[in-house]
Design a protein around this ligand. Sequence first.
Ligand code: C2E
Ligand code: CA
Ligand code: CA
Length: 406
Amino acid sequence: MLAELEDFVALRRSVGVARTRLVMDDVIARLETALPMIRGIPAGPAMLELSFDCDSSAEGVATVEQVRATMVAPFDLDGESHRLSLRIGGGGAPTHDADELRLIESAEQALADAREIRSDVVRDLANPSAGDDPIQLMRELPEAIASGQIFLQYQPKVRVRQQQVVSAEALVRWRHPVRGLILPGMFIEAAERSNAIGPLTLWIIERAIADQRVLAAQGHDIPIFINISGVLLSDAGFVRDACALVSGGGAKIGFEITETAVIRDPESAIANLGIFARIGVPLAIDDYGAGLSSLAYLKRLPARELKIDKLFVTQLTSSNRDPLIVRSTIDLAHALDMEVTAEGVETPAALALLGVMGCDMVQGFLISRPIEFAAFLTFLSEERHVAAMAGPRFSFHRDVGQWKVG
Ligand code: C2E
Ligand code: CA
Ligand code: CA
């Protein structure tokens, strides 16, 4: 396992460079005393290599728990009490197959994932495909929902003119105890095939309703949009349950749907979308341009928002054709009385061009990656989108400041 000290920079500021050089020795001493099966070696000022033998991967995961528990009590650093916490990434393999290089590299990868999801990750190299198997994943899904492994991240949509966050998209993630972070691309399709998508989506709607209430209570009463799989649009049971949740909750919830989903079973999909629209759920057409599109259906959908697929947006400033497609899509949507969102806005250049083209709203890494709810609240209250959208000008000012200082 590789264990990394969290908030190392702050600790170094607080106790000084010399003392931080010795901190890892203190950590190793404590861990080796409490957990004698563990051998620890410092692997840098903030990093620690821990190795041990165990009988199963479950035991390995349990040992990580014990390490965490051992770290809870504060450390005495030169008479001052400091809480230290470790972020852990680990890999395990059967003794006969425990190639050191493989173990270290898998621990490095696990640690990188652990940082990203802010949760420890341990992988079983003997069973690497355990989580790649969609059927296995679907077996684990109900338990994953029940035990809090499924969670939502939020990504803001910003109105270009007013520079205001007008809504957010909820994106589902799975924090798997062995595999680390699993993105929806890995399990949504399997969930659609196995009928797990209905219960999963209802859980997501409930979660988003609860979060939207908190947003509203804190003065950010913006709708949260949820992705609805095409298969659910012709599922009467789902439509009934979703309507009950959304209309009973009093929270602002919108749905994103793809046109391809509608084309599959147009009559019942359009009828059900009509039901959602009538109870006040705003609808957005997702991934426009990426799949099948039909002007005939586009006209019949009770949607107020059209989202241009990120495929066209990420290439916007490097391709000859994409600006034309985006431009004409914006005009088409406006002619149909819809607002346009560009997703996948990654650069100030793309943002500027979209603004000139009359695009109403933008969403993308430039403004924010999808982030967890607590971080999203901070993002909103600090209006971080403003600095993000002012990107290059901001760094220009900083440069000027540095010139003056120098
Ligand atoms: P989507 O609805 O098109 O969601 C946007 C995807 O683009 C997200 O990927 C998001 O992280 C990513 N993205 C956002 N901004 C940028 C950017 O600036 N550049 C680039 N390159 N990518 C960006 P994610 O979260 O992996 O989701 C993938 C897809 O999985 C979603 O595509 C959606 O179709 C599906 N999905 C996500 N959450 C749910 C859900 O709760 N239910 C259902 N049914 N599907 C979901
Ligand atoms: Ca979407
Ligand atoms: Ca999309």
